[in-house]
Design a protein around this ligand. Structure first.
Ligand code: ATP
Length: 368
């Protein structure tokens, strides 16, 4: 379950790590008591807006920076004393940092030569890496004579070649155009699966995080707010920031009473009384906010039974689905997203009185 890793093999344990840049008392706190357990062989993503501390956490794991407080364990051992090149960790940067005057094959072999590997082992590894990233036909090209996507593949091959236990990836796809980026997302996921290496991937792109990760840590302002599978993060956000940052969300206020284990009954200000799943921190009586995803509700005609009622303000067609923007009777905005059926209009028009039926389990209570 979620962030709990007991019983699993942990690759990296981040234990209460704080990073202050500048003077310890007056400097900038880029990370504030961050803890996370990253499992062996998992695709773990740090997701958050610019400046939230993702790169700083990656640099601490790599050994380019040192924690102000806290510890980082790799396979159970404190790695504080190990310089970056002695850690069984490799990094792929946003700028691929390839050697332009060397061939694709030489870019991959260079680091292995520095490590003092025997020539036969280097040759077979380079061959294997070229096949892994599907770059065999370009082995002898200079890296300034290949495309951005191909350069990215070479950077990955180079980082994977020494067979690190952990690969850190700092927004490695951000320089690629949309289509190539989508292709490389699938490619990266495949590489992670095939090599079995633990990937720690940094992105500010929520869709990228949802499609690629085994688990996601959502970060904001130097803290990890929630760790969970993509589905847990999307369906069961525990905080307003997480619900808002990932996907689109409706927020409804109401008066709650505890109705069971992880369950609240919430009398919404907008009308209905609903059951809401609640994380421990939100499991209390009184004022509460619930999140409802736009696709977890159905739009119905205004004269039928409904949980919420209001006026339709806008209809936005997206090809696969349509977004209906409403204002509820208590003045709060609400969006319903419905799948489109080919050849059929939505049957609703702007200005119309409409109702909303919430799906069972649609409401998720958030921490205060
Ligand atoms: P982005 O997505 O923009 O790369 P990020 O989440 O990776 O952002 P970090 O690069 O980790 O963010 O930076 C976190 C905060 O720490 C930022 O406000 C940044 O300005 C600050 N910071 C990072 N490195 C240093 C440094 N060496 N000295 C001072 N402040 C720093």
């Amino acid at each position: 379950m979620t962030g709990d890793t007991r019983g699993n093999n942990v690759a990296i344990d981040v234990l209460g790590v704080t990073k202050v840049f500048g003077a310890a008392d007056s400097g900038f706190r880029a990370l504030d008591k961050v803890s996370a357990s990253i499992r062996q062989n998992e695709f773990f993503t740090l997701l958050g807006p610019s400046g939230c501390g993702k790169t700083t956490l990656l640099r601490l794991i790599a050994g380019f920076e040192f924690p102000t407080e806290g510890r980082i364990l790799l396979d159970g051992e404190d790695i504080a004393a190990l310089p970056p090149f002695r850690r069984p960790v490799n990094t792929v940067f946003q700028s691929y940092a390839l050697f332009p005057h060397l061939t694709v094959a030489k870019n991959i072999s260079f680091g292995l030569e520095m490590l003092g590997w025997p020539a036969t082992k280097i040759a077979s590894t380079v061959e294997r890496m070229l096949a892994l990233v599907k770059m065999e036909p370009m082995a002898d090209r200079l890296t300034d004579q290949i495309s951005g996507g191909q350069q990215q593949r070479v950077a990955l091959a180079r980082a994977l070649a020494p067979n690190p236990r952990v690969l850190l990836l700092d927004e490695p796809l951000s320089a690629l155009d949309f289509k190539l980026r989508k292709e490389m997302q699938i490619e990266l996921k495949r590489l992670q699966g095939e090599t079995g290496i633990t990937f720690v991937f940094v992105t500010h792109d929520q869709e990228e995080a949802l499609t690629m990760s085994d688990r996601i840590a959502v970060m904001s302002a130097g803290r990890i707010l929630q760790v969970g599978s993509p589905r847990e993060i999307y369906d069961r956000p525990t905080e307003r920031f997480v619900a808002d940052f990932i996907g689109e969300t409706n927020f409804l206020e109401g008066e709650a009473k505890v109705a069971g284990d992880r369950l609240l009954e919430v009398r919404l200000d907008a009308g209905a009384t609903v059951k809401a799943t609640a994380p421990d921190a939100a499991l209390h009586a009184g004022r509460t906010t619930v999140a409802v995803r736009p696709e977890h509700a159905d739009l119905v005609p205004g004269d039928g039974p409904a949980d919420l009622t209001g006026v339709l303000k806008n209809i936005v067609y997206f090809g696969t689905d349509t977004h209906f923007h409403m204002t509820l009777d208590n003045g709060v905005p609400f969006i319903v997203r419905q799948q489109n059926t080919p050849g059929e209009g939505s049957g609703f028009s702007i200005g119309e009185q409409v109702g909303v039926r919430l799906h069972a389990d649609a409401a998720q209570a958030l921490k205060d």
